[in-house]
Design a protein around this ligand. Structure first.
Ligand code: NAD
Ligand code: UDP
Length: 343
């Protein structure tokens, strides 16, 4: 009864490893380390007091996946592995379709050959495109606006087709809103390489002096202070949602063999509200300037969480203060991310 966690050395995956190990599950992590450092798994072992089995492999390597599934007697997969940078996906669409779509196809084929038929998949609120109404319910129309989002939508559709072909399959498609924060120990967290695209990592780098100021992309949106509003969710809450989804699917009590569920808090915060919250948590000034809107950004995006509450008996518990405090704790303890231990 082992759970294969693809991309488990990454930001969300490493937190998920902690949640699953602490809940008593056996896991094996498979990661090609294209965007991660295996030190994250040593930290997972430190937090949980349990050894983490690790396979350095690519999800596109179907024979290898099959041998891992068999060797560890896996019964389920939590699938985080994928490329996730929106801007990069517009520059290198083929790499995104190959890694995300082809990779998931190979992973599913390996699972089918090994009779492992349960998967939780990391999808994203980006599949909703421009919101036609708020909060976003799972039946809001989909329409991704960039190659990254389209890979998520294509994978979702592949999973729905496979689930319809055979009721033995069980899928949990989890649509994340904006994951932020870090484990409360400060031992694992987000470790972006280069200039961060996302708001929270950028703010932390202003707070610790690595960047001079934040550019706030747009102050003329139709929101309470003119800046963009998002539904930020603590990564620990997010991975607890995975644990619940895994348990619901494994118990056979799910209402369908393909659940599609939002993981968000239901509350949106503006960029300026995030800046102020981070200033309080870090006791640092976050300097910012207003800059033009970022292409492709929506004004406001937050989740309807009622389906998650109903189907998973789960809801996010941690507020903005914990998100900022835990992020700052991780950054202060690891000023160069995991790379500080390498040198
Ligand atoms: P991450 O980059 O930290 O983790 C992804 C992991 O997958 C990395 O460890 C990377 O090395 C690995 N990987 C990538 N391609 C691989 C391949 N072909 N074979 C094996 N391993 C591979 O990203 P994250 O933020 O932890 O995101 C995890 C998942 O959640 C991704 O699928 C992402 O698209 C999705 N997601 C993330 C967010 C977010 O804001 N972080 C939001 C919505 C959805
Ligand atoms: N944002 C910003 N400056 C940055 C990065 C992001 O003003 O350097 C804004 C962005 O326009 C959006 C919000 O912060 O309104 C969240 O952006 P992020 O990229 O983190 O998430 P996403 O837009 O993908 O939901």
């Amino acid at each position: 009864m082992t759970v294969l966690i693809t991309g488990g050395a990454g930001y969300i995956g490493s937190h998920c490893c902690v949640a699953f190990l602490e809940a008593g599950h056996d896991i094996v992590v498979l990661d090609n380390l294209s965007n991660a450092n295996s030190l994250s798994l040593e930290r997972v072992a430190k937090i949980t007091g349990r050894k983490v089995s690790f396979e350095f492999a690519d999800i596109r390597d179907q024979p290898k996946i099959e041998s891992v599934l068999k060797h560890y007697k896996c019964t389920a997969v939590v699938h985080f592995a994928g490329l996730k940078a929106v801007g990069e996906s517009t520059q290198m669409p083929l790499a995104y379709y190959d890694n995300n779509v082809v990779g998931t196809h190979r992973l599913l084929s390996a699972m089918a050959n090994c009779d492992v038929r349960q998967m939780i998949f990391s999808s994203s609120a980006t599949v909703y495109g421009e919101p036609k109404f708020l909060p976003l319910t799972e039946n809001h129309p989909t329409g991704a606006v960039n190659p990254y989002g389209r890979t998520k939508l294509m994978i979702e559709e592949m999973l729905r087709d496979v689930s319809a072909s055979d009721p033995a399959w069980r899928f949990g498609i989890l649509r994340y809103f904006n994951p932020v924060g870090a484990h409360e120990s400060g031992l694992i967290g987000e470790n972006p390489l280069g200039i961060p695209n996302n708001l929270m990592p950028f703010i932390t780098q202003v707070a610790d002096g690595r960047r001079e100021r934040l550019s706030v992309f747009g102050n003329d949106y139709d929101t309470r202070d003119g800046t963009g509003v998002r539904d930020y969710i603590h990564v620990t809450d997010l991975v607890e949602g995975h644990l619940r989804a895994h348990e619901v699917l494994a118990s056979g009590s799910a209402s369908s063999n393909c659940l599609t569920v939002n993981l968000g808090t239901g509350t949106g915060y503006s960029v300026l509200e995030m800046v102020r919250a981070f200033e309080r948590a870090s006791n640092k000034e976050i300097r910012y300037v207003f800059a033009p809107r970022r292409e492709g950004d929506v004004a406001e995006c937050f989740a309807d969480t009622s389906l998650a509450e109903k189907t998973l008996a789960w809801r996010a518990e941690r507020g903005l203060e914990a998100m900022c405090r835990d992020t700052w704790n991780w950054v202060c303890k690891n000023p160069s991310g995991y790379s500080s231990e390498e040198t």
